[in-house]
Design a protein around this ligand. Structure first.
Ligand code: AFP
Length: 342
């Protein structure tokens, strides 16, 4: 039989649609820590749940899922209906996938034991970050961190499995439900972003090997906090203004972080007299973003040390956070400590 080698059609009729998340995972499998395929499956599970959450968010105003759920979470914050929906979706996807033994979620005061006897991974997740922004149609997100459990597979979950330093993360990422839905993640080999193509139901690689600008001019802080913050932070903010920085604050950490990652800037959520440990949660907000930041060439500190070096003492621990472009984070660190952050 006569054959001919396949040649990709490069005419306008055969335009390329891009690299799907699945194909990316498959062709980069060797780069994944413990390249056994389980972590890949876990990322696919997260991507799948995020598609459902994205669908719910996009029609939130029409489907009675806006507004408060009527309960407060362990943080004492009022849960939104979408917080509850997202928590259900992600936890269910992680349970059914079978790779995860335990989940730490912003929405649950205790660790959820998924009863997966062969699950090697622990996931810390904020199912819907910035959820107070849902009702006003502002960008929100999901943040996740993935760890290997440290105790033997199949044994009961222990504290050391869930209270690991951020430096132990094997993968982390976020989904931003914004003007488009985007999944951004790292497995410790750089940061890649995938944009959701709703009509095809697929995430496609849209931003490869993201590098954060080393120098940035965006300063992101809830200005209402500054009277309660360390005066040295106020000095830093004044010096930023003097050198022409601009100010941007959405109030959804994922969206604020994402903008600064691409455009260059610093996000600050300091300790205040009202919140002496800051507001951002270490396990399922700060650690993931710090891992992504470092993988993209940016930095993250609590003002004293690397976020990734903090030893967690409790599940829902909070931390001050200063994260973003190297130059600005170094400058802030020097204001606080009189020396450069290395
Ligand atoms: P949740 O919506 O998950 O509780 O998180 C909200 C958040 O931690 C983060 O998304 C925002 O950047 C920050 O709080 C906003 O806080 P302020 O309202 O104090 O600025």
């Amino acid at each position: 039989m006569k054959t001919k080698p396949y040649k990709q059609d490069t005419s306008p009729l055969g335009y390329a649609v891009g690299v799907t998340l699945d194909r990316f995972i498959k062709s980069n499998q060797a780069d994944f820590p413990y390249a056994t395929g389980e972590l890949s499956q876990l990322l696919r599970d997260i991507a799948f749940a995020s598609k459902i959450v994205s669908r719910e968010i996009s029609r939130a105003g029409l489907s009675q899922v806006t507004g408060a759920f009527g309960q407060t979470n362990v943080q004492g914050e009022e849960q939104q209906k979408m917080d509850v929906i997202a928590n259900i979706r992600f936890t269910r996807a992680l349970t059914k996938g079978g790779e995860v033994c335990a989940v730490v979620s912003e929405e649950d005061d205790e660790v959820i034991d998924l009863q997966n006897k062969t699950g090697k991974y622990v996931v810390a997740i904020d199912p819907l970050d910035g959820s107070s922004n849902i009702d006003v149609n502002v960008s929100i997100g999901t943040i996740f961190s993935i760890y290997r459990r440290v105790t033997p597979v199949g044994s009961p979950i222990r504290q050391e499995d869930v209270l690991q330093k951020g430096s132990e993360q094997v993968a982390a990422g976020y989904v931003l439900y914004g003007s488009s839905t985007m999944l951004v993640f790292t497995t410790g080999k750089g940061v890649n972003a995938f944009t959701y193509e709703r009509s095809l139901g697929e995430f496609f690689l849209s931003h490869q090997d993201i590098l954060a600008p080393a120098v940035g001019n965006i300063v992101t802080i809830n200005d209402g906090l500054t009277p309660e913050a360390d005066p040295r932070i106020i000095d830093f903010l004044s010096s930023c203004k003097l050198k022409g920085c601009t100010s941007r604050y959405i109030g959804s950490l994922v969206a604020d972080f994402h903008r600064n990652l691409l455009k260059g800037g610093i996000y600050l959520y300091p300790a205040t007299t009202t919140n002496p440990h800051g507001k951002i949660r270490l396990a399922y907000e700060a650690n993931a973003l710090a891992f992504l930041a470092e993988q993209a060439g940016a930095k993250a500190t609590d003002g004293k040390q690397r976020i990734l070096d903090i030893t967690p003492l409790s599940l829902h621990q909070r931390t001050p956070i200063f994260i973003g472009s190297v130059e600005l984070v170094d400058e802030l660190f020097a204001c606080l400590n009189g020396q450069r952050f290395s």
